[in-house]
Design a protein around this ligand. Sequence first.
Ligand SMILES: Nc1ncnc2c1ncn2[C@@H]1O[C@H](COP(=O)(O)OP(=O)(O)OP(=O)(O)O)[C@@H](O)[C@H]1O
Ligand SMILES: [Mg+2]
Length: 446
Amino acid sequence: MSSVQPPRGPLVGRAGELMRLAELVGLDGGESSTGVLLSGDAGVGKTRLLAAVRDRAESATWRVLVGHCLDLGDSAPPYLPFSEALGRLAAQEPVVADALAASRPAVGRLLPGAPRQRPGEGPVEAWTTDRSDLFESVHAALEQLARSAPVLLLIEDVHWADRSTREMLSFLFTRSFAADVTVVATYRSDDLHRRHPLRAVVAEWARLPAVSRLHLDPLEPRDIRVLVQTLQPTPLPEQRVRDIIARSEGNAFFTEELVAAADRGDRALPVDLADLLLVRLDQLDEQARQVVRAAAVAGRQVSHRLLERVVGIDSTALDRGLRAAVDGNVLVAVGANGYAFRHALLTEAIYDDLLPGEKVRLHRAYSTALGSTAEGPAAELARHARAAHDMVTAARSSVRAGDEAMALGGPDEAARHYETALELLADPATKSEVAGRGEDRVDPVA
Ligand SMILES: Nc1ncnc2c1ncn2[C@@H]1O[C@H](COP(=O)(O)OP(=O)(O)OP(=O)(O)O)[C@@H](O)[C@H]1O
Ligand SMILES: [Mg+2]
């Protein structure tokens, strides 16, 4: 999976934070932390700051690995950001990744597309991954990598992390490294409501001696003024600039959207960020809107192939819609054959704005497309099937998702999938239909 990058204009303000982060990861030559927690509100500029540090690290010939947690509820495969980071390493430095996988088979299993024994076949030990072996292996692999160049591992958006990813991070933060390895984890502090699973974990991480915290406050009004100027070189009327400074409340993403709206000549700027984002959607023609809404149901990213099957319009019309969405700065192309929303906040606003019936219809289309190809993780199929009220497919794929999580060494995620399956199978009609089809194993091993 490719990294979703913010647009790369100059970094405005943040000189102090950049210096501090560079120091914490050891870029200024001093002692580095094992872990850094970078927090701040959604859209405040965590990823942008991280990009600046990543550039510096890469110029210093460090090895930078990046993985993202995704907003997929419980349907993300365990350790997804680690798989992504290692997958990218395998694509860029196949020889290095092969050597790691050879010396640490558990790491090899995290690689996307790694051959595995089929879940559910043979004794459980034969197809599941031992979790402590996996933790040890990832730790050792990072150390091994750092022998040739310092390693900076960036795990983005851990407010969406699954439990296995959180526990892997706890393990890495607790263990020290015998070589230069720093792990930076970002999260949205405004997402951490009182019962959020990351809240207590962050408090524990922050108490560890080798872990440092850096919180990003909103930008200062003078920085927002500069940001407006960099985004809109033709000067805006002073009153408009002041209006943007006041409304953005120091949030970089909100500022970008307000400038874009001002550029379009929108008179009354919506007060709410979600409404402002939807204005961007309203600029598109109906066909492009249809494509974008369908993409939002997939999540932050979607492959062209899957989108094509879900939208169900001819390929010329789809291309036209996608082109409009890319030109309208709603979607960006990632890799050779996929699309991502320019920012996660856009995905959320567009998904939340769908009518209940639209959501069900689109989830059903995804469920059908994924079910007929057996493409992608079973947990994704289970998520779409549940949202589409197709309980039979949801039950069957939840069992498979549990097996897949076990194979990856994620027993907590596996247990949750099996529990979901059991809940769904508690309905006699679902149970008899699942039993009637009978090709799949539906007796959870948990
Ligand atoms: N200091 C800055 N200078 C210039 N642009 C910035 C700055 N901070 C953020 N931006 C821009 O604002 C937008 C939002 O920033 P970014 O994606 O880094 O936020 P975030 O905190 O990572 O949000 P999220 O929590 O949703 O991931 C991006 O387009 C980014 O390029
Ligand atoms: Mg971000």
